[in-house]
Design a protein around this ligand. Structure first.
Ligand SMILES: Cc1cc2nc3c(=O)[nH]c(=O)nc-3n(C[C@H](O)[C@H](O)[C@H](O)COP(=O)(O)O)c2cc1C
Length: 213
C-alpha cells in the first residue's frame, strides 16, 4: 500500500485532481490532500464544490466529490499547516502530485519560496529526492513560466502539462481526463495498467489485450 500526496492549486482542471484521487484510493493507497485558497475558488467555479475551511466537513464533501466512501485512507490537511507531517523529510511517502499546478505555485516552488504547506512539501520532495509531479495548466506560456519549468525539472520534478493527446480518438471529457491521469499514474505507480496504450499503427489497445496484438 502506497502513501501519496495530491495538492490542488488554483489552475483550471479540477477534474484531473478528482480522477487522480479516485484512482489512488481505488488502488488501496493512502491519500493526503492539500488544497490552496485559490483552488477552493476554482473548485466552486468548475465543480460547484464549496469548501468551508472546516476540515471534517470538507473531507466529507471531498469524498462525495471523488465518489469514494472509505475515509480511513483519506486525509485532508490545511494548506497553512506547516507543522503537518508532510512538511518534514522524516515523514516518508511515495510521491506528490500538484494537479492542477498554477503558474503561481510553479513560480514559488521553482524559486524556493515556501509560503505554505504545498510549497514546503514540494521542497521536501526535492531535498529527499522523492517523486514530485507538477501538472501545470496555462496557455500561452510566458518566458517566466518556461524558466520556472526548467528550474523544477533540473531540481528533479516531472513537469507534465495538462495537455491530452487526441490519437486515442476521445469522445468525451472523461476520455481526455483519463489520458492525462494515465500519464500521471505511469510516473506515480510502479506497475500502472493503462486503459489505452499505443503499440504502433492499428495496435492501439487496452493493456490487457497487448498479448493478442
Ligand atoms: C476560475 C479560475 C481559473 C484559473 N485558471 C488558472 C490556470 O489555468 N492557470 C493558472 O496558472 N492560474 C489560473 N488561475 C489563477 C490562479 O488561481 C491564481 O494565480 C492564484 O493566485 C494561484 O494561487 P495558488 O497557486 O496558491 O493556488 C485561475 C483562477 C480562477 C479563479
Amino acid at each position: 500500500m502506497g502513501n501519496f500526496i495530491v495538492a490542488i492549486t488554483g489552475g483550471s482542471g479540477m477534474l484531473y485532481a478528482k480522477e487522480l484521487s479516485k484512482k489512488i484510493l481505488q488502488n488501496n493507497h493512502n491519500l493526503k490532500m492539500v488544497i490552496s485558497d485559490a483552488a477552493k475558488k476554482v473548485l466552486k467555479v468548475e465543480e460547484s464544490l464549496i469548501l468551508t475551511g472546516d476540515i471534517k466537513n470538507d473531507k466529507k464533501f471531498l469524498l462525495e466529490w471523488i465518489d469514494y466512501d472509505k475515509n480511513k485512507q483519506f486525509d485532508l490537511i490545511d494548506h497553512k499547516d506547516v507543522s503537518a507531517n508532510i512538511a518534514s523529510g522524516s515523514y516518508k511517502h511515495d510521491g506528490m502530485v500538484i494537479v492542477p499546478c498554477s503558474g503561481g505555485t510553479l513560480g514559488r516552488i521553482a524559486n524556493g519560496i515556501s509560503l505554505g504547506l504545498i510549497e514546503r512539501a514540494a521542497h521536501v520532495c526535492f531535498k529527499e529526492r522523492r517523486k514530485l509531479i507538477l501538472v501545470h495548466r496555462e496557455t500561452p506560456i510566458s518566458l517566466i513560466d518556461i524558466e520556472n519549468m526548467r528550474k523544477v525539472t533540473e531540481a528533479g520534478a516531472v513537469f507534465m502539462p495538462a495537455s491530452p493527446g487526441f490519437y486515442h480518438k476521445p469522445s468525451s471529457i472523461d476520455d481526455l481526463i483519463t489520458f492525462v491521469v494515465d500519464r500521471i499514474l505511469d510516473h506515480l505507480f510502479q506497475n500502472h495498467k493503462s486503459n489505452k496504450r499505443w503499440h504502433g499503427l492499428n495496435n492501439f489497445c487496452d493493456e490487457g489485450e497487448k498479448e493478442n496484438v
